[in-house]
Structures are given as C-alpha cells and as structure tokens.
Ligand binder design. Structure first.
Ligand code: ZN
Ligand code: ZN
Length: 167
C-alpha cells in the first residue's frame, strides 16, 4: 500500500484492512493490522499494532515452524534524503525510518516492524534438542544410538556458542 504523503490531511488515515498490505515473501501471513498514519509537516507518524505469522527455520534442528508476531508499531518516518544530523534521535522511543520522494510504502513499514520482532536465533521450542552431530538425526523425534554427549537443554546455549565461535 503506497501512501502519497502530500495527499494526507491532518486528520490522518486509519488502515485496518490487512489485504491492503503485503509482505514480500508470500509465506509470511499478516493476521491483523490497525495503524494510524498521521502527518506532521513532512514527517509521518505510524502507530498501531500488527499481528503476523512468519515461517522460520529452527537454528538447532532445521525444522520449519511458524513464529507468531504481535508488535506495537510506533515509527516516525522522515523524507529521504535526510542527513543523519537532521534526525533527532534518542529524544524518545520512536523509531525513525525513511520514505522516498512523496511516497510512503506502508507494506514496507509493516514488514520492517515484523522483521524487527522476529527472534535473532529462532528455535522451534526452547528446549529443542537439535540434530545429532554424529548421524544427523533429529533428536526431538527419536534418540539415536550414537551416544552423543548430553542432550541436557540447559547446555544447549553453550553448544550453540561453540558452533558460532571461530575455530
Ligand atoms: Zn528445533
Ligand atoms: Zn546420532
């Protein structure tokens, strides 16, 4: 959904039709959206709530699962080009983003907010046992006979760390 900023009047706009918005990846589902779009000079404030369902791949067992996203949106959009010095950051909790020319792509705003709400390291469940490093079996489904080291989920973060560390 593209909004022409110069067409916004000061009463702003309410967007609550999720079909008006789309994610770039069709596997991402937008479940509901309520957004207020209000102009202030050349700046535009977008506030509201987005709920979505995003397929992700577990970082331990590589299974695909769906992460529910429920995010409060509170973004201030300023026209590009804007040099960083013109943007007062840190005065409040608002995020600052940019729009191009006179056009604000609300789908892109929703996508960016949804992306920010996704976990850095997706896990299908907090105690996912992951794949056996020996035979590759999914240890959530069946214990394998490799006698692989402890599957104690409390140690999983350490194993993940060991995998990430450079050798
Ligand atoms: Zn998993
Ligand atoms: Zn195994």
């Amino acid at each position: 959904m593209i909004i022409r900023v110069s067409d916004l009047d000061e009463r702003g706009l309410t967007v609550d039709d999720r079909t008006a918005l789309a994610f770039a990846d069709p596997a991402w589902r937008l479940e509901s959206v309520v957004l207020r779009v209000e102009p202030d000079g050349r700046e535009v404030f977008v506030q509201g709530r987005v709920r979505a369902a995003v397929p992700q791949t577990c970082g331990r067992c590589a299974e695909t699962f769906v992460t529910p996203v429920d995010v409060d949106v509170d973004v201030r959009l300023v026209p590009r080009p804007a040099v960083a010095d013109d943007v007062e950051l840190g005065a409040d909790d608002l995020e600052v983003d940019f729009y191009e020319g006179d056009l604000l792509d609300l789908s892109r705003v929703v996508e960016a907010e949804t992306t920010l709400a996704l976990p850095m390291k997706p896990l299908c469940r907090p105690d996912c046992h992951g794949l056996c490093p020996v035979c590759g079996a999914n240890r959530n489904l069946s214990p394998c006979a490799c006698g692989a080291p402890s599957t104690d989920p409390r140690l999983a973060p350490l194993r993940d760390l060991a995998v990430r560390l450079p050798r």
